[in-house]
Ligand binder design. Structure first.
Ligand SMILES: C[S@@+](CC[C@H](N)C(=O)[O-])C[C@H]1O[C@@H](n2cnc3c(N)ncnc32)[C@H](O)[C@@H]1O
Length: 418
């Protein structure tokens, strides 16, 4: 299979899914992530392999960057600062040390990270009111779903704003490398009727949820015994869903999960969220690189079935990073665009997990082919999105880039460079 081109693989997929692939997106795997949820940027991300003699494909990233460079002065500044930063050895050392500290975090560092996430949650609410849920009167008891919950900073902030809310969380077990739960309120992982109940599991193995019955996974698949048919919290609706998952270096994974794990994690969170959100509810999603096609396409996708989409970049931490949050309010999960998006994310999860949707599990694409399929973004599609969505995009991303640029300009390793 690895000798096939991505196009050849597409031809093997039944036509409804083929059209889905052509607008596939969501690869977020161009970053390194440490155990405290910090991202270190890759200095360069090579485009997918082009093994034909045809005119090279214009990368969606190139089109987006050209557009933003033309329309957004702060983006030009940020790019220049990044270029200087990447030349700095002191910057490299800073990020290396940060990774090192995070991977071997002691109790004090873990508590520090929990507090930081709580502060970011409160800041997010101050800026967007995303965490302030209707209560009293005829409103039902507010319900919150926190995907990838530990250490629990966001949950702590959400409970501070909504003390009576029901909270359900899912998080990677610490025994598999996940964060420990440090929530400062009583929570249970045994009693599903508790106000705060947490299910510890690897969400990317929820095969049934992602449209592949666990029983149909071939025995030859390296993770065959690990996939699950569970659909946690499927019988509940939530007013607010956090999707703050981060691939952790401390999470030991099989080889097949090394390259596409970020896609597997994000698509699983999105499907879980959309299949449980109360119509009109709010979804908060951690993303990276506001100038990357997967992020932009996600903003555009959500705009089609949410009453409002805004971006939030915290000042309390992670300023120098490319990370930011997409906040979608008034989400309408039964709109056609939402149903279509869920279908597409399931296909992407399947490709990232099995190589080919419905494949036998021992037929895998080469890494480059897989990434090309997942990133998608045909030139015409990117241009069409920019024509329609470009001005709104510029307004949305400007504050994100402004905060990052300011932080980078003031970073210690930039001292004698700017
Ligand atoms: C940035 S931290 C989340 C911080 C949290 N939102 C808070 O406010 O404290 C990322 C989380 O993703 C979780 N995670 C990573 N991979 C996962 C997986 N496959 N299944 C479930 N959780 C996962 C990690 O264990 C960690 O708890």
């Amino acid at each position: 299979m690895s000798s096939h081109s991505a196009g050849a693989v597409l031809n093997q997929i039944p036509s409804p899914n083929r059209t889905l692939f052509s607008s596939a997106h969501l690869r977020v795997g161009t970053q390194e992530v440490n155990s405290m949820g910090e991202i270190s940027e890759c200095k360069a991300s090579p485009g997918p392999a082009n093994n034909s003699n045809a005119t090279p494909r214009v990368q969606p990233k190139t089109l987006l960057q050209e557009y933003l460079l033309e329309h957004l002065p702060i983006y030009r500044k940020l790019r220049e600062l990044q270029r200087l930063g990447w030349q700095s050895e002191a910057g490299d050392t800073h990020f290396q040390n940060q990774r090192q500290r995070a991977d071997h975090a002691d109790a004090k560092a873990k508590t520090g990270f929990f507090r930081l996430m709580r502060t970011i949650g409160l800041e997010l609410d101050d800026a967007t009111l995303a965490l302030t849920l209707p209560s009293g009167g005829n409103s039902p008891r507010p319900a919150i779903l926190d995907l990838c919950m530990a250490p629990g900073g966001f949950s702590s902030a959400a409970l501070y704003r909504n003390p009576a809310a029901l909270l359900r969380g899912i998080s990677l077990p610490p025994s598999q490398g996940g964060h420990e739960m440090l929530l400062n309120k009583y929570w249970s992982d045994r009693d599903p009727s508790a106000q705060i109940y947490v299910s510890f599991r690897d969400i990317t193995l929820l095969a049934e949820e992602m449209g592949t019955p666990a029983s149909s996974v071939p025995a030859s698949h390296p993770d065959a015994a690990s996939f699950s048919s569970d659909r946690p919290f499927m019988d509940q609706e939530f007013d607010l869903v956090f999707c703050d998952g981060q691939v952790l270096r401390t999470h030991e994974r099989l080889e097949y999960r090394q390259k596409t794990e970020a896609t597997r994690l994000l698509t699983t969170q999105l499907v879980l969220a959309l299949q449980r959100i109360r119509p009109g509810g709010t979804i908060v999603i951690l993303l990276h690189k506001a100038d990357a096609w997967p992020s932009v396409q996600l903003m555009h996708t959500f705009a089609a079935f949410a009453d409002g989409v805004e971006l939030f970049k915290p000042r309390a931490g992670h300023r120098v990073r490319s990370s930011f949050y997409l906040v979608a309010k008034g989400v309408r999960p039964w709109r056609e665009a939402a149903v279509e998006a869920v279908r597409r994310w399931k296909v992407q999860w399947s490709v990232a997990t099995f190589g080919v949707q419905g494949g036998r599990g021992d037929e895998r694409l080469s890494g480059e082919e897989e990434l090309e399929l997942l990133e998608g973004g045909e030139e015409e599609e990117v241009r069409a999105v920019l024509r329609k969505f470009g001005p709104a995009l510029v307004r949305m991303v400007e504050p994100v880039f402004a905060i990052q640029a300011e932080a980078l300009r003031n970073a210690p390793w930039m001292k004698n460079m700017v």
